[in-house]
Design a protein around this ligand. Sequence first.
Ligand code: ATP
Ligand code: MG
Length: 716
Amino acid sequence: LRAQGPNYLSGLNPEQREAVETLDGPLLVLAGAGTGKTRVLTTRIAHILALGRARPFEILAVTFTNKAAREMRERVGQLLGHAAEGMEWLGTFHSIGARMLRRHAELAGLKPSFTILDTDDQIRLIKQALAAENIDDKRWPARQLAFAIDGWKNRALSPKDVPAGEAQAYANGRGAELYTLYQTRLKQLNAVDFGDLLLEPIQIFRENPDVLAQYHRRFRYMLVDEYQDTNVAQYLWLRLLAQGSKNLACVGDDDQSIYGWRGAEVENILKFDRDFPGAKVVRLERNYRSTGHILNAASFLIAKNEGRLGKTLRPQTELGEKVTVAGSWDSGEEARAIGDEIEALQSRGHRLDDMAILVRASFQMREFEERFITLGLPYRVVGGPRFYERAEIRDAMAYLRVVASPADALAFERIVNVPKRGLGDATVKQIIERARADEVTLPEASRRLVAEGALAAKARSALKDLVLSFDRWSAEMDRIPHVELAEKVLEESGYTDMWSKDRTAEAQGRLENLKELVRSMEPFENLRGFLEHVSLVMDVDGARGEDAVTVMTLHAAKGLEFDTVFLPGWEEGLFPHQRSLDENGRAGLEEERRLAYVGVTRARRRAKIWFASNRRVHGMWQSSIPSRFLDELPEADVEVLEAPVTFGAGHMGGSYGPSRFDRAEPFASTYSTPGWKRAQERGFDRGATPSPGPGARRSGPMTIEGELVASSTAKA
Ligand code: ATP
Ligand code: MG
């Protein structure tokens, strides 16, 4: 046996190997799902390191999620046979941007300890700015401006670059002005939002050629996964950095571009060879992930899209199981049926780790979570900072943020009167105004007000206590372990106690979440490290280490794979999502279809699609009809299941359960109709679909206000 080169190269096919071994110059791997693109990137890093072409900290590697970064790091280690230490620049765009910005904060008018605001804080800050400008936020919602600002930042536009027409659209032409104001407030607070994590470095690079040159010297090799989902800012940032070594390797799949709604430009991948002259383009066609039926179904579905390059995908294994499609009466039953199926698989020896439920909108998750809790089935919710969005977690985090940086005004404001200390809105307003007038932090302003005896006696003493407590905790930060400190802060502040005394049903769960929060701090070196992590995470494993089912959004599932994938909620209005259709028409529909393609191609062996006839959306029951995507699956690769469970009483005419996936039985009678429009209209107008329960209500047209994605998430 003759050696075929280093061990880590031996499993690759010739095209993959070419992509790994072409180290110099720009490279694009453009290939469909499961063809080994990520594997190529990982192996490439191992190869660069093994050949000594660069040291670990001279490689810039960008992944789409923190989870993907973690996995890549582990895989490189496995390929090399020893841990890949010192890969400081392997991470998401946001985490790498944050790292750069901390190193050069002063060039952006920030201190290195700046805080990273999440959406909630961002909205609060915008509300303040609107109030200061006497703009009615009922007429001009803060969210609308936040959305516009995010959009501008995704396109790397600073306030002066905002096209006049777009600035016009908000508050009678005051959009750009408010954007400026918002940026000024951020700087005053020593804070940035997610968009700034790339926008600021871009500006620093442009204004400080010496800084950029420093990175040019550093990064000998650059690698980017999921290139099809880069937005303009990410693209510009990369292009600036790639002016150095030119060794930029990007991999992606135009059919998996699913972040258009957040500013991703699939054109970036299509014009790669123009942007980076001399680029080598490698195509991969063998799919190593999915069995034949699954791959056929996915390929057939995506072929319905018009705007695509078109790629061949060849399965490498047997046809395997057909994709299944099943209907349920309502979303609760869907969760029960899937829960049963998971238990059945488990009893046949399948691991929960190998199963995932991929939802279109994050509100769908709760029903599964509840079902799994009832069954005692371990699960983890990945892909959204759901955990960190819970009120008690946000409160606790706010305490810790103030401890770490007393200048964090938004955090201070959040907890100054939680638990209630008799510091009402008027007092808080007074503190904020004082801070602004004196240009000091809120704790400092509080101190001054207390010293001057400015407030009512009760408020004064409460505020004094609070400020002294923060001083004490901050002083302890470097002295006692951060986990201990966190417990102490939550206890001494009265926060834990507040929930212990609370009699509502959720209080117990909240206390458990707080415990979980403290537990989750353990792996970190110190409090700052933990806070940085939380502001960046998009994937928190709820049940790390334990065999558990994964629940996540389709968006967050990009790049991942599981033996069994459950795809619930394939209903018109939910998937394709009504909002995408309304806002972006055909392009929106195509993006939804790409999302369906991403979903199906996550499965190695089993893809199980579900749809419900009734779904509760924001507390209101709505009847629904199966997704048009079901019609677009090839019959030969799909098996339509009889409903495996009994259906709710009051349901029309007994045995419900689709016998064909092309608009199931129950609809045949009521929706005997050509075309979706008619079916939809009739379905929504008639009201003939019985409500699932006595108290249930049906609403009008099916719109789903639920979030499109667990984002912040979708903050990569
Ligand atoms: P996606 O488009 O979903 O991100 P991808 O192109 O990045 O997919 P990978 O995740 O890298 O694909 O690979 C898919 C699966 O195929 C993985 O389990 C990987 O280990 C396996 N694989 C890739 N290349 C080979 C190969 N040459 N031989 C055997 N298995 C392979
Ligand atoms: Mg991949």
